[in-house]
Design a protein around this ligand. Structure first.
Ligand code: FE2
Length: 278
């Protein structure tokens, strides 16, 4: 018996800036929604004004979780302390496991034009927080695309669709779904999302309805537990559907570090200061 997921909360997010003055909207990790286990943070950035993004995110550390960067427009250059470097282009995904520590910069690879994307922070369980850093990084061409029906296209970054298309990113810890969906007006979208997973939809463009609730461009809809998501596009729309198995562990945050205890956060700051983090 399938059980429909419904909307439990609509989040608008808070306009803020991070890095060197990058203007963004913080949607998860905000007063409205502190976290949605295992998701710690979701930032949406998007501007045609160079001053809103040109400063980028100069070198900074991370420990204890994963950062997932998905570009919608423009290009971002990534560089880290281990010598890894690359440019993420539109439709490209970078799923970075910071693990025990990485120091990286994320800088716009452009001086004008639209730069837009999403950054999601995914928690790691205690047993994996000090794992070796690693990357799963793919171009648009490498991400499977499923045409579900006339009027629906899914970029399957992670997770398996009802028709069996498997995403390119692997993560056994939270068994994630990360789908970028483009859907035409009046078309219905019906997909399975494993029961017990926390899930949300962030609307990139347009308007959708899920049960009795509506979500518009820039809004995030938290959805209840259940086995499937049924929604309808009220306009030509675009959204991401993201879901993952909750870790149910204590979360201690300290800026760019996310651990289980305050003590571990102090240790991360001490390791960073003494050059032992990465
Ligand atoms: Fe970062």
């Amino acid at each position: 018996m399938k059980k429909n997921r419904t909307v439990t909360q609509i989040i608008n997010g808070n306009k803020t800036s991070d890095g060197d003055g990058v203007q963004l909207t913080r949607i998860i990790g905000s007063p409205e929604l502190d976290m949605l286990d295992p998701f710690l943070l979701l930032d949406a950035f998007g501007s045609e004004k160079p001053l809103d993004y040109i400063g980028g995110f100069p070198p900074h550390p991370h420990r204890g979780f994963e950062t997932v960067t998905y570009m919608l427009a423009g290009k971002m250059r990534h560089k880290d302390s281990a010598g890894n470097e690359g440019v993420i282009e539109p439709g490209g995904i970078q799923w970075m496991t910071a693990g025990k520590g990485i120091i990286h910069s994320e800088m716009p690879e452009q001086e004008q034009g639209l730069l837009a994307g999403l950054q999601l922070w995914v928690n790691l369980p205690a047993s994996e927080k000090m794992t070796e850093p690693k990357y799963q990084e793919y171009d648009k061409q490498e991400v499977p695309i499923e045409q579900v029906d006339t009027g629906i296209e899914i970029n399957v970054i992670a997770g398996k669709t009802r028709n069996g298309t498997l995403g390119i990113v692997n993560n056994d810890l939270i068994d994630p779904i990360y789908w970028h969906v483009k859907i035409n007006e009046n078309i219905e979208f019906n997909q399975d999302v494993p029961e017990g997973h926390n899930a949300f939809i962030y609307v990139i463009d347009g308007n959708i309805s899920i049960g009795d609730e509506k979500a518009k461009k820039g809004q995030l809809a938290v959805i209840s537990d259940g086995s499937q998501v049924n929604l309808q596009a009220l306009d030509n729309s675009e959204f991401v559907l993201i879901a993952g198995k909750p870790l149910n562990e204590h979360v201690a945050r300290g800026g760019p570090f996310v651990m289980n205890t305050k003590q571990e956060i102090y240790q991360a700051f001490a390791d960073y200061k003494s050059g032992q983090l990465a």
